[in-house]
Design a protein around this ligand. Structure first.
Ligand SMILES: [Zn+2]
Length: 315
């Protein structure tokens, strides 16, 4: 029996029970599965955006041309598809844009979708700037008369991904582009585990955020308490540089002392559109980060002070 002989309802039922990691593997089987999964995820993305925008396709076009992304609870909820982890029920969308593209998103939402800008004087999001320790320059809160809310977070760099390296922990280091999904810690995230950044200040807002995820059933812990989930056990192979050579070795991607980026082999990449390939989901410069801290929970010999390091070399 061929794939196309199966009723669509059965195919949808199959895909509804698969995690994104499983879908990524299934996409490698043949072109048919790849096409089906891309259509399924693109449709899911479209439906998820409908409460916020009247025209999700046009909104994704603007995201594509402005190299903007969606992160926060909305992206986390999308990434937990097919797992047994709790529903998030995101109440808004956080759109992250590069410093030169925020105006494009704001003007689009204002002129085409009927959103209104919350005046600066009563915008509560300004306090967020401290949470990012320099990773963002502003947050524009936009409300629609029907009640939906979109926060446009403006990066302090050209890359919309820059602020994500300042997040409080691994659970939220996921994002959607116009045509794909990426998670920096997919193995932990799909099991509902989030490790707190060892060197970030836990501001009252971040503390409330962590409590919110805990109350929903997620396990939020320090890297040092992560022995039960050894960070080498589910590592994938990646290229690392040793002197002049690049060798394929098992990399402990969950170790806070390892240099990470969203394009490395430890991250999950899923492209929803044949136009975008997994490796080039985001055609703009992206950050690298080392979380650091005194203990990693895995007994590694690696050690680092921790930093956001836009162009770090491996050590
Ligand atoms: Zn380690």
């Amino acid at each position: 029996m061929y794939l196309q002989d199966l009723p669509l309802e059965i195919l949808i039922q199959v895909l509804s029970t698969l995690s994104l990691t499983d879908m990524q593997k299934l996409m490698l089987v043949n072109f048919g599965w790849r096409w089906l999964i891309q259509r399924f995820l693109s449709r899911k993305y479209h439906l998820s955006l409908l409460p916020y925008v009247d025209n999700p396709s046009a909104f994704r076009d603007v995201m594509r041309t402005s190299h903007s992304i969606i992160s926060g609870s909305f992206a986390l909820d999308f990434g937990l598809h097919g797992t047994t982890e709790p529903l998030i029920n995101a109440s808004d969308i956080d759109v992250y844009t590069g410093v030169s593209n925020a105006i494009t998103i704001v003007e689009y939402l204002r002129n085409k979708e009927g959103y209104l800008i919350v005046p600066v004087g009563i915008n509560p999001c300004w306090a967020w700037i401290d949470d990012y320790e320099g990773g963002i320059t502003s947050v524009i809160r936009m409300l629609h008369p029907r009640g939906s809310k979109i926060d446009v977070v403006c990066s302090s760099r050209i890359s919309a991904l820059h602020p994500l390296s300042y997040f409080w922990g691994t659970l939220v280091m996921n994002f959607l582009t116009s045509d794909g999904y990426c998670s920096a810690y997919p193995s932990l995230t799909e099991r509902g585990i989030g490790c707190i950044h060892p060197l970030r200040d836990v501001t009252p807002r971040v503390e409330r955020c962590i409590e919110k995820y805990k109350s929903r059933g997620f396990s939020i812990r320090d890297f040092a308490q992560n022995e039960a989930e050894p960070h080498t056990s589910r590592s994938t192979k990646g290229l690392r540089k040793f002197g002049a050579q690049r060798m394929k070795v098992a990399v402990p991607w969950h170790c806070p002392h390892v240099v990470r980026s969203f394009s490395d082999a430890g991250s999950l990449h899923l492209a929803f559109s044949p136009r975008s390939r997994g490796e080039t989901l985001y055609p703009f410069e992206e950050p690298e980060w080392i979380m650091g801290g005194s203990h990693c929970g895995g007994g590694c010999k690696l050690h680092s002070e921790g930093s956001v390091n836009p162009r770090a070399t491996y050590f």
